[in-house]
Write a protein that binds this ligand. Structure first.
Ligand SMILES: Cc1cc2nc3c(=O)[nH]c(=O)nc-3n(C[C@H](O)[C@H](O)[C@H](O)COP(=O)(O)OP(=O)(O)OC[C@H]3O[C@@H](n4cnc5c(N)ncnc54)[C@H](O)[C@@H]3O)c2cc1C
Length: 413
């Protein structure tokens, strides 16, 4: 049986293992942590075919600079002479064009729709209850400007065959009747869904273990040995791991791990925060995006998860309470009945979105190391795009035709 070693046990690593296991490979997953709180656990749980516009879009640079001067804003770049950040920023600027947005729409839509279909299939399997709920997402706005932007997005979405509708404030109230709303309107992203990430990750881990996948926790890859254009061994301290093919799915740590194999990836960690609050009455039935505040609110596990902010900085363990307060304070402006308390530091989760400069993930075989497959860079959409990525990885490893054309996601682009 051919051996595959997967580095990284986030949604991308686990779904890759899931589809590879079904194809009969012998799989080992190495993770430096215990796989209980990586970026794939505390996210907002939104499955978003609606998000066919990459972060690198016209207007983002101007808006980003304005936000830099507001300590509670949803976006922040720590100014630094870090060469990775500078290179990333230059690439981001080159891609923040209407042409790039238009070229990215179909590849993002197709990856997302494939993933959503796979989630629907997974949810029908025994032991895979992860609260997949297909009632869309409401993107609420309070200003004419955000309303116009959302209406424009909805028109484009409909052109792309996605189900979206522009709603008046009264139509929003009819959909979300148990909570007061102070909004001008919303776009209902009917094509979207949501789930409870912790339950999904736990179900995947359980399935993989029950089906013979070896999961090695606390194993940090710190050296990769190569010969010619192949990886020969991967090391975690003194232990050497050998396989026929290797999958790199290390999220925001990917540039460092790829570098060990002599491979360059342009990626920045985009730090975001989330926290949960009890909601026994379960009044919020449809997840919400607060457009101006860039906050996500999702009902899950009988609670509400609030999430947001994007800090581009080195990976660090600091919690910026000002930004968390920014999330907290934005909520009642849209939902006067929802008044989350400022959480204590121990109740705040944070994760690092593996953000590519052009907003598209990297999925493909490395040109430099022929037995290395790279699967990372999913940014704000890694949960959504996970299963499709895993399926494509399994097809690339097997050398069979892929469900999607792979050029837009090529590692060298
Ligand atoms: C606040 C917030 C909200 C979000 N909301 C959504 C959402 O609603 N919908 C959505 O689609 N996406 C969302 N995302 C994004 C999504 O969570 C990420 O894109 C996704 O989890 C990335 O998955 P991953 O498998 O690539 O990386 P990760 O989940 O980070 O997993 C990478 C793994 O690699 C391991 N690793 C790293 N280095 C090494 C090493 N050297 N050796 C061994 N192991 C290593 C790490 O320990 C980690 O377990 C959100 C993110 C944040 C922060």
């Amino acid at each position: 049986m051919s051996k595959v070693l997967i580095i990284g046990g986030g949604i991308v690593g686990l779904t890759s293992a899931y589809y590879l296991q079904k194809r009969g490979y012998e799989i080992t997953i190495l993770d430096k942590g215990d796989i209980t709180d990586n970026c794939s656990f505390g996210n907002a749980g939104m499955i978003v075919p609606s998000h066919f516009v990459p972060l690198a879009a016209p207007g983002m640079i101007k808006q980003g600079i304005r936000w830099m001067f507001d300590s509670k804003s949803p976006f922040y770049v720590r100014p630094s002479l870090n060469v990775n950040l500078i290179n990333w920023g230059l690439k981001f600027m080159t891609h923040a064009t209407a042409k790039h947005v238009s070229q990215s729409a179909v590849p993002l839509r197709d990856l997302s729709l494939l993933s959503k279909k796979l989630y629907e299939g997974l949810a029908k399997e025994p032991d895979f209850d992860f609260e997949l709920t297909n009632n869309g997402i409401l993107a609420f706005y309070k200003t004419e400007k955000a309303g116009e932007e959302e209406a424009h997005l909805a028109a484009k979405a409909v052109e792309l065959g996605l189900d979206m509708a522009v709603l008046s404030a009264d139509e929003c109230r009819a959909l979300q009747p148990d909570l007061k709303l102070d909004v001008l309107g919303a776009v209902h992203y009917r094509c979207d869904a949501h789930l409870y990430p912790t339950k999904l990750m736990d179900a995947l881990l359980k399935y993989l273990v029950n089906n013979g996948v070896k999961i090695e926790r606390g194993k940090e890859v710190d050296r990769i040995e190569t010969a010619g254009n192949r990886i020969t061994k991967v090391f975690t301290g003194n232990i050497a791991w050998e396989a026929d093919q290797y999958v790199l799915a290390t999220g925001s740590w990917s540039p460092a791990v790829a570098k060990m194999a002599g491979v360059k990836i342009s990626l920045m960690p985009g730090k975001g925060y989330s926290f949960m609050e009890p909601e026994p009455q379960q009044r919020l039935t449809i997840p919400a995006l607060l457009c101006e505040a860039r906050v996500a609110i999702t009902p899950m596990n009988g609670q509400i998860r609030y999430g947001g902010t994007m800090e581009l900085d080195k990976i660090n363990t600091r919690i910026n309470m000002e930004r968390v307060k920014g999330i907290v304070e934005s909520v009642p402006a849209y939902f006067p009945d929802l008044k989350p308390a400022v959480p204590s530091e121990k109740d705040i989760w944070y994760g690092f979105r593996p953000s590519s400069p052009d907003g598209l993930p990297y999925i493909g075989r490395s040109e430099k190391r022929e037995n290395l497959i790279i699967a990372t860079g999913h940014g704000m959409m890694g949960l959504s795009l996970g299963p499709a990525t895993g399926l494509l990885v399994s097809q690339i490893v097997s050398g069979i035709a892929t469900d999607l054309k792979m050029e837009p996601y090529a590692v060298m682009r």
